[in-house]
Design a protein around this ligand. Structure first.
Ligand code: SF4
Ligand code: SF4
Length: 511
C-alpha cells in the first residue's frame, strides 16, 4: 500500500472532517429532489428535463470516472443514506437479514430485472418513470433499513451499490488499515463494534476479545458477537457507528461491499484506518478469506454478479445500436412473439444468462482440461471470472463516457429552462444546441483506449490468477489461455459495438 488520501493537503482535511459525508449526501439529496420534481412535473421530453439528463448522461459518466480515478465515491455521497438514517433512528431496525437472502443472488436478480426494465420501459426516455425509480429507491432504502439491522439495503439489495462494489475492485484506492501491528494490539475493535459512551453498561463490547473469521462466509465472530454483523445505528450509548457492512478492518480485503462511508475511519481510536492508494491489479488477483465476504473463488454468487456486470456492459451498449433492432425483429418473427416485453425478457435472458453461462462454462471446461485440474466447473469459473472485471469496466467507461462527452453541456439549457419555469431569470433563451464536450472525432479513439485498456488489465489479472492457482508457468499458461480467448472475443465485440452509430439518449441532437 502506498499513499493515503487522508493525508492529501485539502482533500484529506475535508475527508477527515466528521460531517464531510453528510455534506456530500445532502448535496446529492438536493439534486435527487430536483430530479424527482422535474421528472414528475416538468417537460416530458428527456433532453429538456433534469430527470432525462442528469442521471443518464452526467451521473453515470461521473461515477465511472470516479471509480477509475479514486474509488466508490457514489456510495460515499449516496443520497439514499439520509432518509435511511432517519429510518434507523425511528424504526425498529433490529431484525436480522433473512438467512436465505444472505448472498448476492437477490442482487443478481434485481440487476437482471433492472437491465430488462431499462430497455423495456425506455427509462432513459421517460423523466416521469425515472423520477418514480428514484422515489422507489428512497422508499426501499427507508423501509428495509428501518426494519433490518446493519446496512442490509446496501449489502443485499441496492443494484447501484453492487455495480460499484464490483467495479471498484479495479479502483486505485481502498479503505484499509495503515499498520496491521496496531490492530493486533487493539483491545477495542471500534472499527466494527462502534464507539460507545464511556458509561460502563452502555458499552457491552469491551474487554478481552476471542475472535474468529469464518472461512466460508468471512463473518467475524467476537465475544459479544452481534457487533460483528453490524450493529444498528442509534443503539443505546452509541456515539460512533462501526462498519455496518460487517467488514472488520484487519481482515478486510479490497472494495467488495465497502461503501466508502468512512465510519471505520472515524471509529478507530488509533487513527489506523486510511484511504490508501494501491495497484488496481492487487484486489482481483489475491484470494484471501475476506471479512464480510469470504473467499471470492468459493463464492458462485459473487462470481455471477461479476459476470453479469461484465456481460451487461456489452449488452447494455448493444441495446443502443441499430443491429439490435433487426435482431429483435428476427427473433419476434421466428418465435411468433407479439409482446415487446416478453421479447425483451427473452433477449436479456439469452444475453445475460444463457450466453454468459455457455461462454464461461466453455472457458472453465477448456481451462480445467488444459491444466489437468480436478476442480468443478463452478469453482473454476468462480476463480477466473474476476479476471474479466477490468474488461467489463473498460466497456462501461467507454459507453458512459461517450454519453457524457457527447451530451455533457445539455445540462446548461436544461437548468436554464428549469429556472425559467420557476420564474427565475436564466440568461436569455435556453441554448438547446449545447451538447458535446469534445469534438465528435475524438469519441471513438477515447472509447477504444478505455476498452483496450480494460482488455490489457484483464489479461494481466487473468494470468496472475492462473499463476496463483497453478504455480508453474506452463500450467498457468494453459489455464489462462481459454480466459484470454474469451476476453479477446468480448473486446472484439466491444470494438464492433463502439464503431456502430449509437443512439444519443438524453441528448437534444437525437430528436
Ligand atoms: S482498525 Fe483501529 S479499531 Fe479496528 S482493530 Fe485496527 S486499531 Fe482497532
Ligand atoms: S465502515 Fe465498512 S463500509 Fe464503511 S468505509 Fe469502513 S470498511 Fe468500508
Amino acid at each position: 500500500m502506498g499513499r493515503d488520501l487522508l493525508n492529501a493537503p485539502v482533500l484529506g482535511r475535508f475527508l477527515r472532517w466528521r460531517h464531510a459525508r453528510t455534506v456530500l449526501q445532502a448535496t446529492c439529496l438536493g439534486l435527487a429532489v430536483l430530479i424527482i420534481l422535474d421528472g414528475l412535473f416538468g417537460p416530458q421530453l428527456a433532453p429538456r428535463n433534469l430527470a432525462g439528463t442528469l442521471p443518464w448522461v452526467h451521473w453515470r459518466g461521473f461515477v465511472v470516472l470516479a471509480l477509475l480515478v479514486v474509488g466508490n465515491l457514489f456510495c460515499m455521497a449516496c443520497p439514499f443514506m439520509l432518509p435511511r438514517r432517519l429510518a434507523k433512528r425511528f424504526g425498529p431496525a433490529r431484525l436480522p437479514w433473512p438467512a436465505p437472502l444472505r448472498s448476492k443472488w437477490l442482487a443478481v436478480a434485481i440487476l437482471l430485472l433492472f437491465f430488462w426494465a431499462y430497455e423495456a420501459f425506455g427509462l432513459w426516455a421517460s423523466p416521469w418513470l425515472t423520477a418514480w425509480v428514484a422515489v422507489t429507491y428512497f422508499v426501499l432504502a427507508f423501509v428495509i433499513d428501518g426494519f433490518f439491522k446493519g446496512a442490509s439495503f446496501c449489502k443485499h439489495v441496492c443494484a447501484i451499490g453492487q455495480f460499484h462494489f464490483v467495479n471498484a475492485m479495479v479502483s486505485p484506492t481502498e479503505v484499509a488499515v495503515r499498520d496491521p501491528e496496531v490492530c493486533q494490539r487493539c483491545e477495542t475493535l471500534d472499527c466494527i463494534r462502534g464507539r460507545y459512551e464511556a458509561s460502563g453498561a452502555a458499552d457491552p463490547g469491551r474487554g478481552p476479545r476471542p475472535l474468529e473469521l469464518d472461512a466460508d462466509s468471512g463473518v467475524v465472530r467476537l465475544a459479544t458477537a452481534d457487533a460483528a454483523s453490524g450493529r444498528a445505528l442509534g443503539g443505546k450509548g452509541l456515539v460512533q457507528s462501526g462498519c455496518e457492512l460487517a467488514l472488520f478492518q484487519p481482515q478486510k480485503t479490497g472494495n467488495g461491499d465497502c461503501t466508502f462511508c468512512m465510519e471505520c475511519i472515524h471509529a478507530c481510536p488509533h487513527d489506523n484506518v486510511g484511504i490508501l492508494v494501491r495497484s488496481p491489479l492487487d484486489e482481483l488477483t489475491r484470494d484471501p478469506v475476506r471479512s464480510g465476504v469470504g473467499r471470492l473463488s468459493r463464492k458462485p454468487d459473487w462470481a455471477a454478479l461479476a459476470l453479469l456486470l461484465t456481460f451487461g456492459a456489452f449488452l447494455n451498449a448493444f441495446g443502443m445500436v441499430e443491429p439490435v433492432f433487426r435482431l429483435q425483429e428476427w427473433m419476434a418473427a421466428a418465435l411468433g412473439l407479439t409482446s415487446p416485453l416478453l421479447l425483451l425478457a427473452l433477449f436479456f435472458g439469452l444475453g445475460l444468462v444463457v450466453l454468459p453461462g455457455l461462454l464461461t462454462g466453455a472457458a472453465a471446461w477448456a481451462s480445467r482440461a488444459l491444466s489437468r485440474g480436478s476442480d468443478t466447473l463452478v469453482e473454476r469459473a468462480s476463480t477466473y471470472a474476476w479476471g474479466l472485471v477490468p474488461l467489463g469496466f473498460g466497456m462501461w467507461l467507454a459507453h458512459y463516457l461517450y454519453h457524457l462527452l457527447i451530451g455533457g453541456l445539455t445540462i446548461v439549457p436544461v437548468v436554464q429552462q428549469y429556472l425559467r419555469d420557476l420564474g427565475v431569470p436564466a440568461g436569455g433563451d435556453p441554448r438547446w444546441g449545447a451538447g458535446a464536450l469534445v469534438p465528435e472525432s475524438w469519441l471513438l479513439p477515447i472509447e477504444l483506449v478505455f476498452l483496450q485498456g480494460g482488455l490489457v488489465v484483464s489479461l494481466v489479472a487473468s494470468f496472475r490468477i492462473a499463476r496463483r492457482e497453478e504455480g508453474g508457468k506452463t500450467s498457468a499458461l494453459r489455464a489462462f489461455l481459454p480466459w484470454a480467448v474469451l476476453a479477446t472475443i468480448l473486446s472484439l465485440m466491444g470494438i464492433w459495438l463502439l464503431m456502430q452509430p449509437m443512439e444519443m439518449r438524453g441528448t437534444f441532437q437525437a430528436i
